[in-house]
Design a protein around this ligand. Structure first.
Ligand code: ADP
Length: 814
């Protein structure tokens, strides 16, 4: 080899080998370095073989055979050398025939390890990128949400399968020919376009836009667009859009809203006080569901077949024209419902889409109104409940209206039906209550009247008989006993009237219990003093039957709260019975307290009651012996009254008896201790005839007989008597006679009532004692008299003793 060439070959980093077939003629210095064969020059190419990577030895053999072969040619070989440090290095060898005839070959080898590594890395990256892109496309295509890619001028460059499906375009070809903005609904398009433009111009990388999309067939649905920017070579080139369908979310929101609305409206319906409020509430609520629609709510009265508009809205844009068509304001318009509506909507609880307005309204101008309203859809529904039509509604909806939520409206109208039905029942109940109250009032007035009417004549009979008995004139014994019989029979009649009145009052729930604190001992003693002079008791003892009335008096003096008059009535009843049915022995009464209950008893040693009758006798008119031949008189009402009274007093009554040995009657009431010790009741059973000759009494009484009775009763007291037969005359008398010390005022008077006269008299002379006397013995009478200013109350027929006792409280004896 030429010296110059050798020199040149030593200047390069590559290995240069000059081979003559099998023999190496020259190898430049980088050659042993490259092939890692020490300092030594290789003698043949075969010597390189052990340093070659086993997998590439074949390649190198190809190289060797090229060099050693007959045919010299230019060929490339890439193979690896196994470096001593265990690493591999890539070598790229090229064979060049030197001269065709010389058969010599130059083998030029370069270390291409780095280059190969670079290439490899590049290839890997390329594969990775390609795979990622493919994956991205595949994934986005399959995403359950809609994905779009668009250029900056809005052309779609990618649309995933979901979007193609949702937008109802059969193949992506069609959708790609569209611009993205064409997928947005008409009414949203401008706004959405503006927002996208703003985002493109902005520096932000993501944005969210709420909008509405429209499919190929025109179905509109709410969407959210999640938009990001796409760059190509660092230049903004388009947008990626993830479109989320909000229909489901909106539905859930609407569902929740509707549920809340329905539960709220159910409560509202409960609080609305009249029909009108209910209809207005229905109308107002419906306006929220069907905005931009005409809403009409009307009532219907089945009896009169009249339907009135109760609510109307959304009509104002065409109000003038409507007034012209129907000839008046719609609010005042009575509509006639079509027969079809009336029959169909009674039972049908659905909101119906109707084609013609006249299906609901039977009016000659219904078609004109329909044209005027220019609605796309009419909906109507009846407000009915339990086979009764209370009204209905009509919605004239335009396209712009939100889709009508039929289900919610139906439930809401169902509630309205219930509310109207309930209101109707309420109204009927109020009416029934008024009628019942009126009939109660009449009943009560009847009872008061009867009581008055029966007592007034009795007052005359009994009063005059009493006067006769007490007169100073000496009466023949026959005459006296006859008069006595009049008194006794009168008293029996009076007690019968009182019993019948009491039974009626209990049944009419007119009997009122008047609770007041009182001393129980005083009451029991008063009962004793009344009954110890009872005619039967006196009679039986006179016949030496020897019956003992015993009061089991306790040590303590207790006060309780109850109705002492009614307790007295029950005791008198029971003890009077014992008198009747006991021939000898004892009648004892008393009480015991256990916890919150006070138990009274009346026990006798009389004839007793058969066991099977001890409950029956508490029924009205029930008597053990109900034969006409019975020995004992009585109405059979006393025990029924006692039981009725005790029921009102939260107590009970029962009987335990041993036939032939006696009867024990028990009754209970709640024991309510009086806060302070109550005073004992004044008894008036032992009043002496008084002397009031220096006093003057004004007797106000329109009934002459009754006046005569009182006059006769008072004659022996020598009191001066002035008579006035009406209220006005009474006032006049008081003015003219300042000496009047006391007034006996009848309550029922012609022209001016006794109570009115009392008020006027007290204005003239506030300290004048006025005692009311009335044949009314109803529960409230006493209170009414005392409230008018009377100092006392005495009921007719007047008991002479009671009259004297009550008057003597206000008059000093002379
Ligand atoms: P009346 O005594 O007017 O018949 P009551 O309702 O007071 O009416 O009594 C009903 C009946 O109960 C009496 O007729 C009598 O048969 C019976 N009865 C009530 N008290 C006694 C008693 N102490 N002893 C025996 N029988 C009694």
């Amino acid at each position: 080899m030429e010296v110059d060439n050798v020199f040149l070959c030593g200047m390069v980093n590559d290995s240069i080998i000059l081979a003559d077939r099998k023999k190496i003629i020259y190898a430049n210095p980088p050659t042993p370095v490259m092939f890692e064969i020490c300092e030594r020059q290789p003698l043949s190419l075969k010597e390189l073989m052990p340093h070659i990577h086993p997998a590439d030895r074949e390649t190198v053999e190809g190289l060797i055979s090229t060099v050693e072969g007959e045919q010299q040619e230019t060929r490339h070989f890439q193979y690896r050398i196994q470096a001593k440090n265990g690493k591999e290095r890539w070598v790229w060898s090229r064979t060049f025939p030197l001269f065709p005839e010389s058969k010599r070959t130059v083998v030029l080898s370069s270390d291409i390890t780095e280059m190969r590594e670079r290439e490899e890395r590049l290839k890997q990256t390329e594969i990775a990128v390609r795979t990622a892109d493919e994956k991205y496309k595949v994934l986005t295509s399959l995403l359950p949400e809609m994905v779009f890619e668009m250029t900056l001028d809005g052309r779609l460059t990618f649309v995933n399968l979901k979007a193609i499906f949702v937008f109802e375009y059969g193949s992506d070809f069609y959708i790609k020919n569209l611009k993205f903005i064409e997928l947005i609904s008409n009414d949203e398009r401008l706004r959405c376009f503006a927002e996208l433009k703003k985002f493109i111009a902005a520096s932000s990388e993501v944005c969210e836009i709420e909008s509405a999309a429209v499919t190929k067939s025109g179905r509109k649905f709410p969407v959210t667009l999640h938009t990001t920017k796409v760059y190509t070579d660092h230049q903004l080139s388009g947008l990626n859009i993830l479109m989320l369908d909000k229909t489901l979310q909106k539905n859930v929101e609407n569902y929740q809203e509707n549920l809340a609305f329905l539960s709220k409206s159910a409560l509202n319906f409960l609080t609305l006080s009249n029909d009108d409020d209910i209809f207005i509430f229905v109308g107002k609520s419906l306006s929220k569901f069907a905005s931009k629609s005409v809403i009409l709510v009307f009532s219907y009265d089945q009896n009169s077949d009249i339907s009135n508009i109760r609510y109307i809205s959304g009509i104002y844009h065409c109000l003038d024209d409507l007034i012209e068509i129907i000839g008046g304001a719609p609010e005042k318009f009575d509509i006639k419902l079509s027969e079809r509506f009336k029959s169909k909507y009674l039972s049908d609880k659905t909101l119906k889409k109707i084609d013609r307005l006249r299906y609901v309204i039977d009016h000659e101008k219904a078609d004109d109104v329909e044209r005027l309203l220019n609605a796309d859809n009419f909906y109507s529904m009846g407000i009915a409940r339990d086979g009764k039509l209370y009204g209905g509604l009509l919605i004239a909806a335009t396209d712009e209206t939100k889709s009508i939520d039929t289900q919610t409206i139906e439930t809401f109208i169902y509630q309205a039906g219930i509310a109207l039905h309930r209101k109707q029942i309420d109204n009927e109940l109020v009416k029934a209550k008024l009628i019942a109250e009126e009939s109660d009032r009449l009943k009560s007035a009847f009872l008061a009247n009867m009581s008055h009417e029966l007592r007034t004549p009795l007052n005359g009979i009994l009063g005059l008989a009493q006067v006769m008995l007490n007169s100073e004139t000496v009466l023949s014994s026959d005459f006296r006993s006859n008069v006595k019989m009049i008194v006794d029979s009168g008293n029996s009649l009076l007690s019968l009237i009182e019993d019948i009145m009491d039974v009626s009052k209990i049944e009419a729930e007119q009997l009122k219990i008047k609770n007041t604190p009182f001393s129980i001992n005083a009451l029991m003693e008063q009962i004793y003093s009344i009954l110890s002079v009872h005619p039967i008791y006196l009679q039986k003892n006179a016949k030496k039957q020897n019956i003992k009335l015993i009061y089991d008096k306790p040590d303590d003096n207790l006060s309780l709260v109850s109705d002492p008059d009614r307790l007295k009535q029950i005791f008198i009843n029971l003890i009077s019975n014992s008198f009747k049915f006991t021939q000898k022995g004892f009648i004892r009464y008393g009480f015991s307290i256990e916890g919150n209950v006070i138990t009274f008893y009346v026990k006798d040693s009389g004839i007793g009651i058969p066991k099977h009758k001890t409950e029956e006798i508490f029924q009205r008119f029930a008597q053990v012996d109900n034969t006409l031949a019975r020995k004992f008189s009585g109405s059979g009402l006393g025990l029924a009254i006692s039981r009725g009274l005790l029921k009102l007093m939260d107590g009970k009554i029962w009987c335990e008896s041993d036939l032939g040995k006696g009867s024990n009657f028990y009754f209970t009431i709640p024991y309510i201790a009086a806060p302070t010790q109550a005073k004992g009741e004044l008894t008036y059973s032992s009043c002496e005839i008084c002397e009031w000759k220096n006093h003057t009494v004004l007797i106000v009484e329109d009934d002459l007989i009754n006046y005569k009775v009182i006059e006769a009763m008072l004659r022996r007291t020598k009191i001066k008597i002035i008579h006035a037969d009406n209220g006005l005359a009474a006032i006049e008398s008081v003015c003219l006679n300042p000496q009047i010390d006391i007034v006996l005022m009848d309550v029922h008077l012609p022209e001016m009532s006794g109570l009115e006269a009392t008020i006027k008299i007290l204005e003239i002379n506030p300290s004048l004692p006025i005692i009311a006397q009335t044949a009314n013995a109803m529960a409230d009478d006493k209170d009414i008299c005392l409230n008018a200013g009377c100092v006392e109350y005495i009921s007719k027929p007047i008991d002479m003793n009671e009259l004297f006792v009550k008057m003597s409280r206000f008059l000093v004896e002379s």
